[in-house]
Design a protein around this ligand. Structure first.
Ligand SMILES: Cc1cc2nc3c(=O)[nH]c(=O)nc-3n(C[C@H](O)[C@H](O)[C@H](O)COP(=O)(O)OP(=O)(O)OC[C@H]3O[C@@H](n4cnc5c(N)ncnc54)[C@H](O)[C@@H]3O)c2cc1C
Length: 548
C-alpha cells in the first residue's frame, strides 16, 4: 500500500481487510494494537495528515517545546478546530453598511443554527494522525468507583482493564517525583490539608523520563500505544497493519434488506475520489462528536434514539499562581531532608545572578488531589501548556503553578448534539449543533469547586496578574462524553458494553462518547478500557476467520 506522504494516484477503488478502524487517536490505536497483535488484519483510516515521521507521536516530544513549554500553547491552538461557531447578523454590528452582511455564514464550522446560549463554544477536534492524543496533557487517572465509574463491569474487571490501559499508554506517577517544585507543592498541600484526610499525590501521567538525558521526556501518545505495528523510517511495521491518512470515512453503507454492512464509503482527500472499505468488522473511533456525526450520516439516527444525547462536558475553573516567597525561601534550608540545600548551593554557585534556588532543569510540578466523596472534582496542580494560560515572558516559569479543576456534569437526555446535512463542516461531514445546559445542582457543585480551588491556590501563592480564578468557556476540558454511550438498552444507549452498536452486527464505536456516566477526571484511560473490551470481543468473534 502507498506510503503516507505519496499522492495515492493508483489507489484501488475497493480495499478489503479484516477490521476497519476509523480514527488514529488513542482509542483507535488501542483497538488497532490489540487486533494486530492477535494476528488480525487492520486498516486504519484517518482524515488528518501524518505530520510526524512516527505515526501518532506526541508533538511535545519535540525538543523545542520541551525547552520552552510556553510555546506549546500555540501548537495546541493550531491543532484544534472549533466544532460549532454561532453566526448571527450582529456579529459585526459596526461594519460599514456598504460591506457584505448576512443572517449567518456556514463556512468552517460556522453554524447559524447554533444558539450561543446552548453552545459548547470551546468544543474542538484535532484532525491529524494521533488525534488529540498528539497534543494532550497525558493525565491518566482512573474514575472513582462510586462517583464516576459505570457498573457495566465489575470492580475486578475494571481493575484489570485499567492495568492493561495504563501499560499500553505508559502511565507512571514517578517521572516528576525528583523535582524540587513537585515535592514543594505536594508537601505544602499535604501539610495544609492533613487535618482533612484529603490526599495530594503525584499525577498519574503517560510519560517516560529518559535514562540517558534526565531533561528529556517522551510523552505517551497513540505512537506509544501502536508500539512497533506502525511503519517508520527505522522499521517496516506489522505486515497486517496499514494506516491510511488523509482519507475520510464518509458513511457506513447498509444493505436495505439484510441490514448487513456493505462497506464504508470513504474519500481520498488528496484526489477527492471515493473509495470503498470492506471489512468483517468496523470500528468508528473518530472522537466524541465526529463519531455520532458519522453514524448520523449513515442513516442510523432513527434506529438509535440515544445518538448524540446524554452529552456531558466538565465545568472547568482555572487560575495561575506565583509561589509564595516564604515557600521559595525555605528551599535552601532543605525543610524535608531531601538534599535541596546542596542542589540550591550548587545552582547558586553556577548561576550567582539567578534569584531562584531551583536548577533551570528542575521538572515542573505535577500534583493531583483525586476525586473523593467530599471533593467531587478532579484537580491538576501543575504546569502545562494549553490553548490558554500562557505566562508573560517576563515572569520566570519556575515560580508559576497552574490550577485546573474539573467538575462533572451528569448525563441528561436533554443535553445533546444534533447534526444536519444541509450544512457541512470543514471536512464535508454533517455540521454538529449543541444543545447543552448545566442544571442548577451542577452549577452549585461547580461553585463549591471554585471556592475549593481558591483555598488550594491560597496555600501556594498569589495570582499571576490576569489569571485569578475564573471559569473557562464550556468545552475547554475537551472531554465530551456520552454521545455514543454504552449501556444495556437501545432506549438510552447507542452500544452495549463491548462497544457494539445496537441493531447492527459488525459495527463498533470507541472513544469518550462511549463513557455512559458523568466523569470528573480525564477520560482517555477509561475510554481505552472500553476499547480493550471491544477489541477482545472482536478477536473472539473473528476467531479463526481472521487472515493470519
Ligand atoms: C489540550 C488538550 C489536553 C488534553 N489533556 C488530556 C489529559 O490530560 N488526559 C486525558 O485523558 N485527555 C486529555 N485530552 C483529551 C484527549 O486527547 C482525548 O480524550 C483523546 O484524544 C480521545 O481519543 P480518541 O481516540 O477517542 O479521539 P481523538 O483523539 O479525537 O481521535 C479521533 C481521530 O479521528 C479522526 N477522524 C475524525 N473524523 C473522521 C472521519 N470522518 N474519517 C476518518 N477519521 C476521522 C480525527 O482526525 C482524529 O485523529 C486533552 C486534549 C487536548 C486537546
Amino acid at each position: 500500500m502507498a506510503p503516507a506522504f505519496t499522492e495515492h494516484t493508483s489507489e484501488p477503488a475497493v480495499y478489503t481487510t479484516d477490521v476497519l478502524v476509523v480514527g488514529s487517536g488513542p482509542v483507535g490505536a488501542t483497538y488497532a494494537r490489540k487486533l494486530v497483535d492477535a494476528g488480525i488484519e487492520v486498516l486504519m483510516v484517518e482524515i488528518g495528515s501524518q505530520e510526524n515521521p512516527i505515526p501518532g507521536e506526541h508533538k511535545k516530544n519535540a525538543i523545542a517545546y520541551q525547552k520552552d513549554l510556553n510555546s506549546f500553547s500555540s501548537a495546541v491552538n493550531a491543532e484544534l478546530n472549533l466544532l460549532s461557531v454561532p453566526t448571527t447578523p450582529n456579529v459585526f454590528p459596526t461594519t460599514e453598511p456598504i460591506s457584505f452582511s448576512s443572517k449567518g455564514t456556514i463556512h468552517n464550522g460556522q453554524n447559524p443554527r447554533q444558539d450561543a446560549f446552548f453552545n459548547i463554544p470551546a468544543a474542538g477536534a484535532s484532525r491529524t494522525v494521533g488525534g488529540m492524543g498528539a497534543h494532550w496533557t497525558c493525565c491518566t487517572p482512573e474514575e472513582h468507583p462510586k462517583i464516576e465509574r459505570s457498573n457495566l463491569f465489575s470492580n475486578d474487571e475494571w481493575e484489570s482493564l485499567y492495568a492493561e490501559a495504563r501499560s499500553l499508554i505508559g502511565t507512571t506517577r514517578e517521572a516528576f517525583e525528583i523535582s524540587i517544585r513537585q515535592q514543594l507543592v505536594k508537601r505544602t498541600l499535604q501539610k495544609a490539608w492533613s487535618h482533612t484526610g484529603r490526599e495530594f499525590l503525584p499525577m498519574p501521567l503517560a510519560v517516560k523520563r529518559s535514562k540517558i538525558n534526565f531533561d528529556y521526556l517522551t510523552w505517551g501518545s497513540p505512537a506509544t500505544v501502536f508500539g512497533n505495528i506502525t511503519r517508520t523510517v527505522d522499521r517496516p511495521g506489522a505486515p497486517n497493519f496499514t494506516l491510511l491518512p488523509e482519507h475520510r470515512c464518509t458513511r457506513i453503507e447498509f444493505d436495505t434488506y439484510s441490514n448487513e454492512i456493505n462497506g464504508v464509503l470513504g474519500r481520498n482527500l488528496r484526489t477527492n475520489k471515493d473509495v470503498l472499505f470492506k471489512a468483517k468488522k468496523y470500528v468508528i473511533c473518530a472522537g466524541s462528536v465526529l463519531t455520532p456525526g458519522i453514524l448520523y450520516n449513515s442513516g442510523l439516527q432513527p434506529k438509535l434514539p440515544a445518538l448524540g444525547r446524554y452529552l456531558s462536558e466538565q465545568i472547568m475553573t482555572f487560575c495561575q499562581i506565583i509561589l509564595k516567597k516564604s515557600l521559595i525561601d525555605e528551599v535552601p534550608r532543605d525543610p524535608y531532608g531531601l538534599g535541596w540545600d546542596k542542589i540550591a548551593a550548587e545552582h547558586h554557585k553556577k548561576h550567582p545572578s539567578d534569584p531562584l534556588p531551583f536548577p533551570f532543569n528542575d521538572p515542573d510540578p505535577q500534583v493531583t488531589s483525586p476525586v473523593s466523596e467530599k471533593f467531587q472534582w478532579h484537580t491538576q496542580i501543575h504546569r502545562d501548556a494549553f490553548t490558554y494560560g500562557q505566562i508573560p515572558p517576563d515572569i520566570d516559569q519556575r515560580t508559576v503553578v497552574d490550577l485546573r479543576f474539573y467538575c462533572k456534569t451528569d448525563p441528561h437526555h436533554d443535553n445533546y448534539v444534533e447534526f444536519t446535512n444541509d450544512i457541512k463542516d470543514t471536512f464535508g461531514m454533517p455540521q454538529p449543533t449543541f444543545h447543552f445546559q448545566i442544571k442548577d445542582y451542577e452549577a452549585k457543585r461547580a461553585h463549591e469547586m471554585m471556592l475549593d480551588m481558591q483555598r488550594v491556590a491560597g496555600d501556594l501563592g498569589g495570582y499571576v496578574p490576569g489569571q485569578s480564578p475564573h471559569y473557562l468557556p464550556p468545552g475547554s476540558a475537551l472531554h465530551i462524553t456520552g454521545t455514543t454511550r454504552a449501556g444495556t438498552s437501545e432506549h438510552d444507549s447507542v452500544c452495549n458494553k463491548n462497544g457494539k452498536v445496537w441493531g447492527t452486527n459488525d459495527l463498533y464505536v470507541g472513544g469518550n462518547g462511549v463513557i455512559p456516566t458523568g466523569t470528573a477526571c480525564n477520560p482517555t484511560l477509561t475510554s481505552m478500557c472500553f476499547a480493550i473490551v471491544g477489541a477482545n470481543t472482536i478477536i473472539a468473534e473473528l476467531g479463526k476467520d481472521a487472515k493470519k
